[in-house]
Design a protein around this ligand. Sequence first.
Ligand SMILES: *Cc1c(COP(=O)(O)O)cnc(C)c1O
Length: 405
Amino acid sequence: MASELARDKKFKKAGGRLKVASERVGQIPPYLFAQIQKKKAAMVAAGIDVIDLGIGDPDLPTPEHIVRRLTEELADPKNFNYPEFAGCAEFREAVARFYGQQYGVELDPETEVLALIGSKEGIAHLVPALIDPGDTVLIPDPSYPVYRMAVLLANGEYAGMPLREENNFEPDFGAIPEKVLRRAKLMFLNYPGNPTAATVDPAFFERAVAFAKLHGIPVAHDSAYNRVTFDGYSAPSILQAEGAKSIAVEFGSFSKTYSMTGMRIGYAVGNRDMLKALAVLKSNTDTGQFTPVQKAAAYALEADQHCVSANNRIYGERLKAVADGLASVGIRTEPPRGSFFIWARVPEPFTSAAFTEEVLSKAGVIVTPGSAFGPAGEGYFRISVSVPTERLLEAVQRIRDTIRF
Ligand SMILES: *Cc1c(COP(=O)(O)O)cnc(C)c1O
């Protein structure tokens, strides 16, 4: 009775609004793009034509044959039961075959392939599956924010591995302090990189895997842009490195390669113990992706791959157009060999945030501040080429006409 009264008092004191979020959730900073999107909404409402180069969601449609397969699978009532949560055999075998053909890596579809509800889901769940509270996770800086947030949500600590332009945006493994290495239970890598657009050669993964083995640190490689590549470059898999399967998993996604972001389908492959831990967590959290989506994704891998090269040609042209356009205003960048991002230095004397703010308010163009991806991203901005070339050129033109630097 007394405690009920105390609770009632507390509730009233809080103005009828209790603090409900856990400390874990409370420490998550506000969504990175929320502020920009709010400003965009206000500008659009005021009739301003805003060009949004902030989002990493492909504008190109999902190839027709994949959509067709999805609708065919919808006609089969069996597909409406609970899915096999680790992925249907068709999906896992298709991923294993893809690894054989693309990388010459042999995978056991039963134990070395796991279906995911988009790779983000698997990345976020891998962290609590492998680390305990207080453990350290090595994270590239700058990088995709999900790695960091997943660590915070698992009551872990992250240690940034700064990615410097002079090192091709590769981490300097030798610079990681011994004390950090001892506590590290996981390391993330991501090439072709978001946001840096950096690409690596197989020798990098050889070094990364050798380093990870020396210190006993499991590695998770995020290969979301593995097939968004240009000019004859083909991105390697970490699993091609000597002995990688003993210490590494690789995440893959259908979102970027096949413009399937909304379908939420991806995979994790590689080390079976890491996958098993992830599967235990997943089997008690979700029940897998809708079977028609898994089957459409399997079909995407097995069908004609012309759609991939056709889309890559478009992204490649857009990236070159943006790089040329930026050069004309004195911002020098090389078009990348992979990803659909331009990662460039902000002109002096701007900070990342100030430049982004100026470009939005004066030119009506949204670019993402590099600092949003980690402290080492300060001094850079990211452009996503998810709009047609003429819009990209107009964006550059507007920057040229309105910003003084
Ligand atoms: C888009 C993206 C993902 C997430 O892909 P989904 O499979 O759609 O969840 C993961 N990592 C990086 C670096 C990305 O850019």
